[in-house]
Design a binder for this molecule. Structure first.
Ligand SMILES: NC(=O)c1ccc[n+]([C@@H]2O[C@H](COP(=O)([O-])OP(=O)(O)OC[C@H]3O[C@@H](n4cnc5c(N)ncnc54)[C@H](OP(=O)(O)O)[C@@H]3O)[C@@H](O)[C@H]2O)c1
Length: 247
């Protein structure tokens, strides 16, 4: 079944769609014929560049994980623009590392807050619209460190683990509405986020990764599109895409 026939393309909201993994997801979805509302916080120019490349299909919207109030506004803008919402990909996030003993508690909790609050707010705002969507789904972009843990990442890994618990519980809550909820757990991927990884840490991670390298944003995007569009018998799943780092 082609869910993206020209008369009735699916409408997907991708948070953090302005660059990195989110931009790759936006591009992959447009290549599938979807309409994509891609959110930016600081990177308006990058989101608008994606819209220049596919003006009928990409709609840039402002959204800030630090400001709950931007979530319902973003969802409402999608509804006003395209009349409906079929799928949500909760990808926006920020990494911040540091060992527990060396991290100020205020900063530690800020990492949790940044990665969770806006994500939950966006899911909450989207649910009433997804109920009326075509083959509706939510994908949460967590991380493999939220599955197996990682020294120096207690705050970030806690937030990403919470996304897994949130997603699996929400999957049970909304199955009756026909909405699938799945979690994607990428390993180490070359984006701006991993620019901060030191050369020695990069070499260690590459040695630990069975496939011997970092992944690309495009490789993660393929898995996100699978969960969002094709995985019609998956809900509450956690899909690890990490080149075997967690093995
Ligand atoms: N890269 C990795 O190795 C890796 C591994 C596992 C999981 N992940 C997860 O994958 C997701 C995407 O990561 P990435 O590597 O593509 O990161 P990235 O290159 O740093 O891009 C982050 C995206 O999130 C948006 N964003 C950041 N802070 C935001 C905020 N406060 N409010 C709203 N949007 C915000 C950015 O928007 P603006 O630029 O417009 O501000 C950007 O579009 C994240 O959830 C990350 O935790 C990444």
């Amino acid at each position: 079944m082609d869910k993206n026939d020209h008369d009735d393309p699916r409408v997907v909201l991708v948070s953090g769609g302005s660059r990195g993994i989110g931009a790759a997801i936006t591009t992959a979805l447009t290549q599938r014929g979807c309409r994509v509302a891609c959110t930016y916080r600081a990177g308006r120019d990058k989101a608008e560049k994606l819209a220049v490349d596919a003006p009928e299909q990409v709609f840039p919207i402002h959204f800030d994980l630090h400001d709950d109030a931007t979530a319902p506004v973003a969802v409402q803008r999608v509804i006003s623009h395209w009349g409906r919402l079929d799928s949500l990909i909760l990808n926006a996030g920020q990494w911040s590392g540091g060992r527990l003993a060396e991290t100020d508690p205020t900063i530690w909790w800020r990492v949790i807050e940044t990665n969770l609050r806006g994500t939950v707010a966006l899911a909450r705002a989207a649910l009433p619209h997804l109920q009326h969507g075509k083959s509706p789904s939510i994908v949460l972009v967590s991380s493999v460190v939220g599955v197996i843990g990682h020294a120096g990442d207690t705050a970030y890994a806690s937030a990403k683990s919470a996304m897994i618990g949130f997603g699996r519980s929400l999957a049970k809550e909304v199955a009756r509405d026909g909405i699938r909820v799945n979690v994607l757990a990428p390993g180490f991927v070359t984006t701006d986020m991993t620019d901060a990884v030191s050369e020695s840490a990069r070499r260690r991670i590459e040695r630990e990764t069975v496939l011997g390298r970092f992944g690309t944003a495009g490789e993660i995007a393929k898995a996100a599109v699978f969960l969002s569009e094709d995985a019609t018998f998956c809900t509450g799943s956690v899909l690890t895409v990490d080149g075997g780092w967690a093995l």
